[in-house]
Design a protein around this ligand. Structure first.
Ligand SMILES: *Cc1c(COP(=O)(O)O)cnc(C)c1O
Length: 490
């Protein structure tokens, strides 16, 4: 199986090469060429555990990795505190898919615990002796998950850029105290979109120069297909869990609501649907940065709008990279068309899809958004009535999921699974405000207070941050990101 760019202007590669390179040389994203998603064999898959499902799905997309079973086993051996990796909890009248039991307490661990194994393997199998430098832009959670996944992996270095003041203090500490010899984090003046654009620009402008010096630049963001595919797994796993619990019979349709930023998580849900998982609606939940709500309603994607900092910072994004992959699929792999849309986005900041594509989008995707007031109210309500504590991103999704059920949509009554993407302890200030806990500037005091009120234990990996030394203090201008990387390569 070969991989090709959504923009059609770079060489086709094997999956090993696509995972290694991360981003296509024409600025597009890698997608499997000629892969019939429907040919995926779902028989017996719901009887498998997380690792078993993982092996089946990863081997389907990455067929030239010789021993996927070993990679999966190593990645998930003892990195998660939940024995089945991504458990499902019944809460009120819906199901919460808890994705935050990895080392950094956010869903990104699911993919970033295995991506380093995939990359190391790809490096060995292709015999590429060059050193890899992973560049990652983060809105808060990817950065830490990537640092943790890649720490001390031989032959690979990693540098994470995060928006200065744009992540929660706990998220920042997680990144600036990271251990490991091959890691670094750096703050950038600007917002997430500035840092993401900065990284993409470095790929376009400096890749060749770095390669000449023996370093391959690559990405751990969900623009890397190796980040995306491992996320398909938990959609199957959750469906299997509902089957085992007798909530559904095999073949029954279900809805998933996904708190969305860069559109990677929800796109993995779409892959699952294309592969035969009975997914009816994928509900795209946004915060006040509701560009996707507008897009899925009107077909117009317009980033010329104010950028808001919200209580759900990992969704404070105006350019959702993975939408490009969805449009590529829905346009019948029309790379010229995608190229045209992305050029418009870069120049005018805006594009509109054809009525046919809008119709295809709306067949699967529903949408909605919740502002900070609604988010806090939701955290409080669900805690008071269900004694379940959710983080702000999950609360956005919960709220939008409830609104969908009340909307009178013909699919409203189907079982609803809400993706829970982070531990509430990553956002102690937002939780304290929601629960009327007196707000202190010291986030560790807040964690203690939340633990007292909720009875939910503070995760060990967050508690220990308090005593770790800060190792990285750089803050740079976005214009200086390329030089910063050049200096690392020298
Ligand atoms: C990254 C993130 C999201 C958004 O996921 P995308 O794949 O970027 O859409 C939602 N919630 C949390 C907690 C995250 O870290």
């Amino acid at each position: 199986m070969k991989y090709t760019s959504t923009r059609g202007n770079s060489p086709t590669l094997t999956s090993l090469e696509a995972v290694l390179e991360g981003l296509a040389s024409d600025g597009g994203l890698f997608m499997p060429l000629d892969l019939d998603f429907k040919s995926f064999d779902v028989s017996g898959i719901f009887d498998l555990n997380f690792q078993g499902i993982s092996e089946r799905i990863l081997s389907f997309f990455f067929d030239d990795f010789p021993d996927m079973k070993r990679l999966v086993e190593n990645a998930y051996k003892d990195s998660f505190t939940a024995c089945d990796i991504t458990p499902v909890q019944a809460v009120d009248d819906r199901y919460v898919l808890e994705l935050f039991y990895g080392p950094t307490l956010a869903f990104k661990d699911v993919a970033l615990q295995i991506l380093p194994y995939l990359m190391s393997e790809a490096r060995q199998v292709t015999g590429d002796a060059k050193e890899i430098l992973i560049l990652t832009a983060t809105s808060g959670d990817t950065g830490k998950a990537a640092l943790e996944g890649f720490k001390d992996v031989p032959g690979i270095r990693i540098c994470v850029f995060f928006p200065y003041g744009g992540v929660s203090p706990i998220q920042q500490l997680q990144m600036t105290t990271q251990r490991g010899e091959n890691v670094r984090s750096c703050a950038v003046f600007g917002n997430f979109d500035d840092t993401q654009t900065g990284v993409k620009t470095i790929f376009e402008s400096a890749s060749e120069e770095c390669a000449a010096k023996g370093t391959i630049l690559s990405s751990a963001n969900s623009i890397n297909v190796g980040r995306l595919v491992p996320q398909v797994v938990y959609y199957f796993k959750a469906y299997g869990d509902l089957l085992k619990a007798g909530v559904i019979q095999e073949g029954d349709p279900v809805n998933f609501t996904v708190p969305t930023g860069n559109f990677g998580d929800i796109l993995a849900g779409f892959f699952a649907k294309c592969m035969g998982l009975p997914v009816k609606k994928l509900i795209c939940a946004s915060n006040t940065n509701n560009i996707l709500t507008d897009f899925l309603t009107t077909g117009v994607y317009d980033k010329n709008r104010p950028f808001y900092k919200t209580l759900s910072p990992s969704m404070d994004i105006l350019v959702s990279s993975n939408l490009e992959r969805l449009l590529y699929l829905l346009s019948g792999h029309d790379a010229a068309y995608i190229s045209e849309l992305m050029t418009k986005l870069n120049t005018a900041g805006c594009y509109e899809v054809t009525p046919e594509i809008l119709k295809a989008l709306q067949e699967t995707f529903s949408c909605g958004f919740a502002d900070d007031t609604a988010t806090k109210k939701t955290i409080r309500q669900v805690f008071e009535t269900e004694h379940y504590l959710m983080d702000p991103h999950t609360a956005v999704a919960w709220r939008v999921s409830k609104e969908f059920s009340a909307s009178g949509d013909e699919d409203a009554a189907l079982p609803n699974i809400v993706l829970s993407t982070a531990s509430p302890y990553k956002f102690p200030k937002a939780i304290a405000e929601s629960l009327d806990i007196p707000v202190s500037e010291d986030e560790f005091e807040l964690m203690e207070a939340i633990q007292q009120v909720s009875g939910v234990p503070i995760p060990k990996n967050l508690a220990e941050l308090k005593s770790l030394p800060v190792r990285f203090t750089d803050v740079i201008k976005k214009e200086d990101m390329a030089d910063y990387v050049r200096a690392m390569v020298e």
